[in-house]
Ligand binder design. Structure first.
Ligand code: UDP
Length: 455
């Protein structure tokens, strides 16, 4: 008989669900955790989200939504830390999580859902202590990331690879964002296929929706150009707007868009009076990779006059940027899924993206956007110029984009996750954690220190 999940402990050590996505360490994973938690709570499943307190001013507990609590666990200094500094704080963090649970009756949490390997490490100790199943989402994987490094990116350390392996070996259920990620878990980390479920992340379809004009087939103009989003963002009606959204980091390759724009202007100088390249987002990580480099590149390419840099903004405002854009460009070297691509499509704006990782699921090539192999700016320039010259095709893709995004609502994600949770709880028996060859030799990994947690 299946068992009902009533309360979930979600762990997100390195980034808080209350952080603004699009800068620092906050991105799609934060959005995922918030959207899923809200919807679980609406279905009567309470969620406590444990994260590390980065400021003394943060309360120990904050209500994010009815039925969703954010627990700010004190571990290490009250400041943002680089991900590489976090393994040293995992022991203190995990103790804090365990102390919270110990203040309740046994069995307070039915299940743990951990996000990213650092949280998985904390989850390993909690799983053993609570006798509760561990569901884990990798979001990104060191082995995959290292195989697709952008110029200027540093490889992920071996400690992370080993730490990830430990989590994969011990998790009762792994949640992959795409079928491709599920295969990578099996092929690269030796995960048991029976313990890997594929659940696509989603999009908030009530927030990310097209302007009404797009839905009317009668309009002859490209509907974006007639809409109020352009007025609100002070963009000319006749501009050709190319949009980049996300953290400014080599992995996301915003430089490819800038170089492509420069090439388009070289090929068609008349476009200069119309082209706008909007870059919405902030620096990545703890501020070490700065967006100034991108501004310098724009100057070097002689296109500063057409590039508009915008700070990260709330999703309500972001929806306007998507609606105002002609095309959203996602030239990333890798994406576990690519929420930006789906949000843009939900707003009726086709995506031109690199054919990598989750983007091959997030975008339907030729239907809702166009995928490009590799990262040659000339290829992007050619595709974008062709699309600019072919409004009929653009409109067809815009409509296809809305259709595709509508199959990716968060409610669908949560339907599937509830199934995964129920399955994990029903089949769970608190057995000893499986060991792999790699775990038994991993004592030198910095991550392994976290496994000796005082309780
Ligand atoms: N985002 C935001 N404001 C911004 C820039 C981005 O809220 O100014 C959000 C965006 O809506 C998306 C997320 O950040 O949901 C980025 O997710 P994605 O999967 O595209 O990339 P990740 O950050 O996970 O690499």
């Amino acid at each position: 008989m299946s068992r009902r999940v009533n309360r979930v402990a979600t762990i997100s050590v390195h980034t808080s669900p209350l952080d603004q996505p699009g800068t620092g360490d906050a991105g799609g994973m934060n959005v995922y955790i918030v959207e899923v938690a809200r919807r679980l709570a609406a279905r009567g499943i309470e969620v406590d989200i444990f994260t590390r307190a980065t400021s003394r001013a943060l309360p120990p507990v904050a209500e994010l939504a009815p039925g969703v609590l954010v627990r700010n666990v004190v571990a290490g200094p009250f400041e943002e830390l680089d991900k590489s500094e976090l393994p040293a704080e995992l022991c203190g963090f995990t103790s804090g999580v365990l102390r919270t649970e110990a203040s309740y009756d046994p069995g307070h949490y039915d299940l743990l859902h951990t996000h990213y390997w650092l949280s998985g490490q904390a989850g390993l100790a909690a799983k053993r202590r609570w006798g509760a199943p561990l569901v884990h989402s990798m979001h990104t994987m060191a082995k995959v990331k290292n195989a697709a490094l952008a110029e200027g990116d540093t490889p992920e350390p071996q400690g992370r690879v080993l730490g990830e392996q430990q989590v994969v070996d011990a998790a009762d259920q792994l949640v992959a964002n795409t079928a491709k990620e599920a295969r990578e878990l099996v092929e690269l980390y030796g995960a048991d296929p029976a313990r890997v479920a594929t659940v696509n992340p989603g999009v908030d379809l009530s927030l990310f929706r097209p302007e009404a004009a797009l839905l009317s087939r009668s309009t002859g103009l490209l509907p974006h150009r007639t809409g109020p989003a352009r007025r609100r963002l002070r963009l000319p009606r006749d501009a050709y707007v190319l949009l980049f959204v996300g953290r400014i980091q080599p992995l996301k390759a915003p430089d490819v868009l800038l170089r492509a724009a420069a090439r388009m202007l070289k090929d068609d100088p008349a476009l200069r009076s119309k082209l706008v390249v909007a870059v919405v987002g902030g620096p990545s990580g703890s501020g070490r990779s700065r967006p100034e480099g991108l501004q310098a590149l724009a100057a070097e390419l002689g296109i500063s006059d057409v590039v508009r840099f915008e700070p990260p903004c709330p999703q309500e405002e972001l929806a306007d940027w998507y609606r105002a854009a002609d095309v959203t460009v996602v030239p990333s070297h890798n994406e576990s899924f690519g929420l930006v691509a789906v949000e843009s499509q939900a707003c009726g704006t086709p995506v031109v993206a690199a054919a990598v990782g989750g983007l091959t699921t997030a975008v339907r090539d030729g239907e809702s956007g166009l995928l490009i192999g590799g990262h040659d700016p000339n290829d992007y320039a050619a595709v974008l110029a062709r699309l600019h010259a072919d409004p009929v095709r653009h409109t067809r893709l815009a409509r296809g984009a809305v259709r595709h995004a509508q199959s990716l609502g968060w409610d669908h994600t949560v339907d599937q996750l509830v199934g995964v949770y129920t399955g994990a709880l029903t089949t769970f028996s608190p057995a000893p954690v499986r060991k792999s060859a790699s775990t038994s030799t991993s004592t030198s990994a910095s991550a392994s220190a976290s496994l000796t947690v005082p309780v």
